[in-house]
Design a protein around this ligand. Sequence first.
Ligand SMILES: *Cc1c(COP(=O)(O)O)cnc(C)c1O
Length: 443
Amino acid sequence: MTTREQREAALKEAGYNTFLLRSRDVYIDLLTDSGTSAMSDRQWAGLMLGDEAYAGSENFYHLEEAVRRFYGYRHVIPTHQGRGAEHILSRILIRPGDVVPGNMYFTTTRLHQELAGATFTDVIIDEAHDPASEHPFKGDVDLEKLERVLKENPGRVPYVSVAATVNMAGGQPISLANLREVRALASRYGTRVILDATRVAENAWFIQQREPGQQGRPVADIVRELCSLTDGCTMSAKKDPLANIGGFLAVNDDEIAEQARNLVVVYEGLHTYGGMAGRDMEAVAIGIEESVQDDHIRARVGQVLYLGEKLRRWGIPIVVPVGGHGVFLDAKRFLPHVPQEHYPAQALAAALYLDSGVRAMERGIVSAGRDPQTGEERKPRLELVRLTIPRRVYTQAHMDVTAESVYCVFEEREKIRGLRMVFEPKFLRFFQARFEPIGGRLM
Ligand SMILES: *Cc1c(COP(=O)(O)O)cnc(C)c1O
């Protein structure tokens, strides 16, 4: 625990960016659910079985077996984490001038698509951009928007990029029915569907809870069907699969797999470890199996819902329905007096840290970055602060402390001022940008 004076100093030192705080200065860490989960006793035991052979490690075969069994893809190429898989896939499938449609952008995914020469086009349903819309599947693709992109760019759409769940929309799921339609449309236009499978088990849970005809069906079953509708996936094993590090690319096509095995040795490591230690592959393999258990996923998403419902009852503006991995505060309604150019979500995350030492992160104009063509700041409709819940780490009491701190900040919201960016990195600027409060004081 820290005093307010200590937090004030730490925040200034960190340039009002929660990514630049030291973890020892943080009380409850809701920055991200990435690699922050607690591994199980079985995963820790798995670490002891690490086969650290350079080539052909036993743990790679366990990982391959787990991916085949739970996701159903034939070829598995391990990578150091999700973005390593995105990099390799983008280099293989994208040619300069291509267009990649997707259900809302994700920061690293879009950057790798752009660096390979593609333009990303958002084809998510309009409701996803409205934090107050109660649509049960805000991750759904707008099929008319998708068809327009496919029609207008013949031969220029290497794949449709589908995320389950959609992180930037607030952890919102895509429905099975919609993904089936996306699959059919992509096949009709002769293109592929690639899944961002990072939170596919959480997505499957929402399908089980909300989609007609899916009640009572095991999450593991729904996960398999979601994957079966796609040609491959990129995976960050730091999310759903409950590991602290790791990822993979998985595909069915032999030719793409061959190219990926060839590129992975350039950028990640040999095709049977891809930047991971043998023991880490074992932890991922075991985590995959644990991640699709109904009891686990019910408890995991249930904790997120607990925090979300509490804030909602208190009249705090959040994205609804509450998503799978975090509660997203709507900074536009929270701080209506701070214009988007003054980074309201960034300022709100800083104010929350100042109040209690709870660390959240910005998901708004800072994360959206600049348009590579015009150099202008992209202004997303969603200006959010993400309270991300690590898996199997915190208790209900931590959720209560967090909710109470958000409430305190809400009471004092009129005092919070905007920020000015004083250092801007070229890529993924939200990680390392620095700010100063306009008028010298945050609040
Ligand atoms: C985290 C994440 C990634 C990237 O994975 P890393 O392991 O952080 O490189 C890709 N897509 C989504 C939706 C993510 O949340």
